[in-house]
Design a protein around this ligand. Structure first.
Ligand SMILES: Nc1ncnc2c1ncn2[C@@H]1O[C@H](COP(=O)(O)OP(=O)(O)OP(=O)(O)O)[C@@H](O)[C@H]1O
Length: 348
């Protein structure tokens, strides 16, 4: 059981703000992902929870106990880093066993615990290899097993997949998802990869410049981004954003006109729509030249020039056209997201 509360925590180095007023309760057994671009404060937040970085302001509690002044080793958290941090001269078995020795856990339990952790990450056949004799994926699994073997209250994972090649990332991601289901331990996972965030998280925290932009389930964040930063960070391709104005329920801008929108708004807005929500429809209301075409196998992404903006539309896998061809596009009003043109905040 481990509920973590971040009570308005901030981190400053001199006048530089790394993390500002982060306020969130992470439920027991929750898998929370901190997502954002490089330098947005994800690792700093995690290091404050681990006790590797002082908190400038605010309070962190784990199960109701304030841990601000507690040593990392007394917080009952296990960390997995992007660099596996294994001991090169110890074999897999001894690497996994290491935290049990350090914590002076009853030696008669070690063998069973190490074997169980190794089995969970499918390392049973590699117990007597040294790290240099393992692939990157296997090394990361040793690091995972070394965290699991401690049976901690909290897992903190900092970009654990980023040193792996694309295929291994996917299989290790599945393994982490499966492990987390099995272990039911509160986990905070840092990544800048939105696919990892969407596939692993119970809730995602999107950060930018040290500030939380939105907290929600992957579906919330995808379907109702709180602002244009989140809208353009989540989703591949990114959400299309068009500058324009709305009046009497009609948006006009970037050579596009869309009717049937909220008639309450009379202002400059940013209109967003996702590639899969628009169609290349011969009866579409707007026409635009094709800028590029990407064949993905299961679909084709057509990129159009809408006024001064490039926008992507997902078309069928058979779709073909020449660059420069004019294509009609249909953007139904019900798929549109509206944001304040100045602040970027969601309006509807
Ligand atoms: N010890 C430090 N002194 C001063 N600034 C720091 C220190 N550690 C981190 N920062 C700054 O704080 C900001 C947040 O860093 P942090 O490592 O948390 O970002 P991140 O989101 O994890 O990025 P990445 O994905 O690149 O790891 C960055 O601008 C970074 O340069």
């Amino acid at each position: 059981m481990a509920e973590i509360q971040l009570k308005n925590i901030s981190k400053r180095w001199g006048s530089f703000v790394g993390v500002q007023n982060f306020d969130l309760t992470i439920a027991d057994k929750e898998f929370l992902v901190l997502l954002g671009p490089s330098g947005c404060g994800k690792t700093t937040t995690m290091r404050m929870i681990a006790g590797l970085e002082d908190v400038t302001e605010g309070e962190i509690t784990i199960d109701g106990r304030t841990v601000n002044d507690l040593n990392p080793k007394d917080r009952d958290v296990a960390m997995v880093f992007q660099s596996y941090a294994l001991y090169p001269n110890l074999d897999v078995y001894e690497n996994i066993r290491f935290p049990l020795k350090v914590r002076k856990i009853d030696p008669s339990t070690h063998d069973e615990r190490v074997k169980r952790a190794a089995e969970m990450v499918e390392l049973t056949d590699f117990m007597h290899r040294r790290p240099a004799e393992l692939s990157g994926g296997q090394r990361q699994r040793v690091a995972l097993a070394r965290a699991i073997v401690r049976e901690p209250n909290v897992f903190l994972m900092d970009e654990p997949l980023s040193n792996l090649d694309a295929k291994l990332r996917v299989s290790t991601r599945h393994q982490i998802k499966n492990l987390s289901h099995e272990l039911q331990v509160t986990t905070i996972y840092v990544t800048h990869d939105q696919i990892e965030a969407m596939t692993l998280a119970d809730r995602v925290v999107v950060m930018s410049n040290g500030v939380v932009q939105q907290v929600g389930t992957p579906t919330d964040i995808y379907d109702r981004p709180a602002n244009t930063f989140v809208a353009s960070f989540i989703g591949s391709p990114a959400m299309n954003l068009l500058e324009g104005e709305i009046s009497g329920g009609t948006f006009t801008g970037q050579n596009v006109s869309i009717s049937g929108l909220s008639s309450k708004l009379e202002s400059n807005v940013t209109l967003g729509f996702r590639a899969e929500d628009a169609t290349l429809d011969p009866n579409g209301t707007s026409s635009a030249p094709l800028y590029s075409l990407e064949l993905l196998g299961d679909a084709t992404i057509a990129t159009l020039k809408l006024g001064g903006t490039i926008a992507s539309v997902r078309a069928g896998k058979e779709y073909r056209a020449e660059i420069g061809d004019h294509t009609a596009v249909h953007i139904p009003p019900e798929v549109c997201h509206l944001f304040d043109a100045t602040t970027g905040e969601r309006l509807d």
